[in-house]
Design a protein around this ligand. Structure first.
Ligand SMILES: [Zn+2]
Length: 59
């Protein structure tokens, strides 16, 4: 089988509201938009989920 299949992978974009640091990672179950995730590694702000989006990949 050599047919190309397109799959959509969901990603979550975390953003620190204080310093603007952004981190993209794979979406995981339970991620909700604007939910607070963790403390920012580079300041004392909180990182929140800024965006949840899908990317289509050909494989
Ligand atoms: Zn920060």
């Amino acid at each position: 089988m050599f047919s190309k299949e397109k799959i959509t992978v969901a990603y979550t974009l975390e953003k620190c509201e204080k310093c603007g640091m952004q981190k993209k990672r794979k979406f995981s179950e339970g991620d909700v938009l604007f939910a607070e995730i963790s403390k920012c590694p580079s300041c004392d702000g909180m990182t929140v989920i800024d965006k949840i989006f899908g990317e289509t990949i050909e494989q």
